[in-house]
Design a protein around this ligand. Structure first.
Ligand code: UGA
Ligand code: MN
Length: 297
């Protein structure tokens, strides 16, 4: 009788162990699934490609200044969340810099680093920025697109300042473009929002206050262009010959008339990009005297 009892106890103990083990193995996978990916894993995992989506070629001129790394860091970390994105970064510099090279390499993004220095002799007051840099990017892009199959070539070109603020939705919108898509831009041209005016689903005008006589009175951040148009118009490029604020009109004139513009962002009723401008940091005399050349800021 006693041996029977102890035998039974052993069975109960064993049964409980099996129960606990089953419980543990059942719940474990669910808790693993909930884990947030480690930060260091992010860049490689987010710079993903999906062959069904058009590629977005973001063209960003950049130049050495106090907040350059901060601006490029913020922008690159937005871009890490955009699928099928290829970042073309053109330094306004004699040579490519380690700051930009390292930032691009560490981002895990698909990128191309170029450089061309703006000729200062030709520089005038109120001279447009990014002209030579964007033209260099377009030259590279044409070569790149020619090497792709027609299917692989499906893409969109977006001219992006390095200090603007981009909502992820603006990238979703531009993948719908056939030729040239447009949308509102926040905080630009002395207005809260500068935007195309839409009548019956077509662009009938613009609400711009700054140089409203421009053929296309919109900011660089307010449109994107189908990549194949740059092959169909190999002559299309930015120009030094126009007054400031006309670069957008110069490039768009190659491709479309106002009526052909495709209104996006809910018929141009949503703001998904802001023309923010980074304030020049003021470093005091005492601050300047304290040099930390071994630290990249
Ligand atoms: C506005 C537009 O948003 C720009 O796209 C346009 O190039 C510019 O006006 C212009 O036509 O001059 P804004 O904020 O005034 O922008 O210009 P920045 O952001 O100072 O410059 C535009 C881009 O060019 C930036 O990505 C900037 O890093 C780069 N840049 C600026 C250079 O590469 N070199 C410079 O000397 C200055
Ligand atoms: Mn800017």
């Amino acid at each position: 009788m006693t041996s029977f009892l102890s035998f039974k106890k052993q069975y109960i103990a064993l049964g409980m162990l099996v129960f606990i083990a089953l419980f543990f193995f059942n719940t474990r996978p669910a808790s693993i699934q909930c884990q947030v990916p480690q930060l260091e894993e992010l860049p490689a995992s987010v710079a993903s490609t999906n062959s069904n989506l058009p590629t977005i070629y973001g063209i960003t001129p950049t130049y050495a200044r106090l907040a350059q790394k901060a601006d490029l860091t913020r922008l690159s970390q937005t871009l890490m969340l955009v699928k099928n994105f290829h970042w073309i970064v053109i330094e306004d510099a004699e040579n490519k810099t380690p700051l930009v090279a390292n930032l691009l390499r560490d981002s895990g993004l698909k990128y191309t680093q170029l450089n061309i220095k703006t000729e200062k002799e030709k520089a005038k007051k109120a001279m447009a920025s990014g002209v030579e840099q964007r033209n260099k990017a377009l030259e590279w892009l044409r070569g790149h697109l020619r090497g792709l199959s027609e299917e692989e070539r499906i893409g969109v070109v977006y001219f992006m300042d390095d200090d603007n603020t981009y909502a992820l939705k603006v990238f979703e919108e531009m993948r719908k473009i056939n030729k040239v898509g447009v949308w509102p831009v926040g905080i630009v041209g002395g207005m809260m929002v500068e935007m195309p005016i839409i009548t019956n689903g077509k662009v009938s005008g613009f609400n711009a206050l700054w140089k409203p006589f421009r053929p296309f009175p919109i900011d660089m951040a307010g449109f994107a262009v189908a990549a194949n148009l740059f092959l169909e118009h190999p002559e299309a490029k930015f120009s030094r010959k126009v007054q400031s604020g006309f670069q957008e009109s110069v490039i768009l004139n190659y491709f479309v008339k106002k009526e052909d513009l495709e209104p996006l962002a809910d018929n141009c009723t949503k703001v998904y990009v802001w023309h923010t401008r980074t304030q020049k940091p003021s470093i005091s005399k005492a601050g300047k005297a304290m040099t930390y050349n071994h630290i990249e800021v």
